[in-house]
Design a binder for this molecule. Sequence first.
Ligand code: ADE
Length: 248
Amino acid sequence: MRIDVVTIFPEYLEPLNVSLLGKARARGLLDVRLHDLRSWTHDRHHTVDDTPYGGGPGMVMKPEPWGEALDALLAGDRPEADPVVVVPTPSGRPFTQELAVELAGAPWLVFTPARYEGIDRRVIEEYGARLDVREVSIGDYVLAGGEAPVLVMVEAVARLLPGVLGNAESHRDDSFAPGAMAALLEGPVYTKPPEWRGRAVPEVLVSGHHGRIARWRRDEALRRTTLNRPELIEGCEPEAFDKHDRET
Ligand code: ADE
């Protein structure tokens, strides 16, 4: 998968070189390219923002550098298929596991993290008219810019790419993963030693009884979901639990 990020803080995206993502890049599964938006400015101060029309606080990102940047990416050394353009903004649609799965199916993603009050609307309209442009929010809070949301989204997407996680099964039981336990949070996990500070690992997990273990995990997932995210229980299909029990 090819990922381009246009930002005024390319160094903010350095964590993309670390850990899982760094390894995926080193192994050629992920081709991430960072671009400094200011390289598409032409004034001495490399200006990327200006005051908002209509007044109000803060600054708005000027359309010209974004237009030049996106045109350059579209005209340059690029995948054959057009990109999905992801615009991080607190005013966007919620980023969900479902959207992560959808984006993981695209060969090319372009992220346009903004600073200040956002990007001049005409940029979204201009490219929305010819490309798949998604305005996406990672949660109901306002960050200082879209770079941290890009890190969040790229990590969520990249770990779904074939070959990126060591074990292809590792995301099968993720919280929010599509499937039998969809909409349930993942339950607690344990490792050795069997007893730590007087606290034993639940007996069922060392029983070797796969059916009982699966049922216990399901019950714990339900318990945790009821406690932390009761609204998710409403979306649960009881038959999905029965199917899960039959298959494990
Ligand atoms: N930029 C600032 N806050 C954001 C959020 N919650 N999601 C996506 N982009 C943002």
